[in-house]
Design a protein around this ligand. Structure first.
Ligand SMILES: NC(=O)c1ccc[n+]([C@@H]2O[C@H](COP(=O)([O-])OP(=O)(O)OC[C@H]3O[C@@H](n4cnc5c(N)ncnc54)[C@H](OP(=O)(O)O)[C@@H]3O)[C@@H](O)[C@H]2O)c1
Length: 218
């Protein structure tokens, strides 16, 4: 059965998944790179991002690596929000192809939810961006079709993950609680009171200081 999964979704102790304001220079606003330092350090992520062999070899191989390593296996498509794909105003720039360079780390069909759809964009390495103005249910149906029986990853940002959680569409949620206080930005958890009751929840502390919390639908 094809599952809907969220991976490596990083939030501050006060629940923010991004800082503010978002811009071309600062995709995570005042949070900078702090939410994902744990991930960027892992061998798994460095490999996926296509870093040079020496950088991959220098990556961490502990708890954080083990969780990060679950990002890609079994995934046949991703769904993401317009504000993960680009900074405010990217819709007016026909040359914008995302943050990730010519070979994005998704390597599958990737559906960008936006009220300003455009023609599909084929990148290197198997990523094709499809732009979709549709409900979460319809977006998931399209992504499942493209995934050919594999799982679908909901890639963020927080608004889109929250919408999919609120609609009851997420089977596996991996949240990484990073020990920083952002104070402002966009929250993940708003409006999701009692979400945990439908899931088996486990937490694993990492020596890096982050805590991996998984929600497995029961
Ligand atoms: N902490 C993490 O692990 C993590 C992961 C990924 C991203 N991020 C960060 O999160 C931030 C973006 O998150 P966000 O919550 O601001 O935005 P988002 O979830 O990426 O995108 C929300 C936007 O997507 C479009 N959209 C959403 N649902 C739609 C639907 N059903 N139909 C059509 N369009 C739809 C709308 O944009 P329009 O109306 O403009 O089209 C909406 O404003 C960025 O800073 C990114 O770097 C963090």
């Amino acid at each position: 059965m094809s599952l809907t999964r969220v991976h490596n979704f990083s939030v501050s102790l006060d629940g923010f998944a991004t800082g503010e304001p978002q811009s071309r220079e600062a995709p995570f606003g005042h949070a900078g790179g702090r939410l994902h330092e744990w991930m960027m350090a892992t061998r798994s992520w460095r490999e996926l991002a296509g870093l040079p062999a020496a950088d991959v070899a220098a990556g961490t191989t502990g708890v954080d690596h083990a969780f990060a390593d679950r990002f890609a296996p079994g995934i046949g498509a991703e769904v993401m929000g317009a504000h993960k794909f680009g900074p405010p105003g990217w819709q007016d720039d026909p040359g914008w192809t995302g943050w990730w360079g010519p070979n994005p780390p998704f390597h599958t069909p990737t559906f960008v939810l936006t009220h300003h759809p455009r023609e599909p964009l084929e990148m290197e390495g198997g990523t094709t961006f499809h732009f979709l103005d549709a409900s979460p249910e319809e977006a998931l149906r399209r992504a499942r079709e493209a995934a050919h029986g594999l799982d679908v990853r909901i890639g963020g940002g927080p608004s889109v993950v929250r919408d999919f959680l609120a609609a009851g569409l997420v089977d596996h949620l991996h949240v990484v609680v990073v020990p920083i206080l952002l104070g402002r930005g966009t929250r993940l958890w708003d409006g999701l009171e009692g979400l945990e009751s439908g899931y088996a929840v486990q937490a694993t502390a990492s020596p890096s200081g982050v805590t991996h919390v998984t929600f497995e639908r029961q």
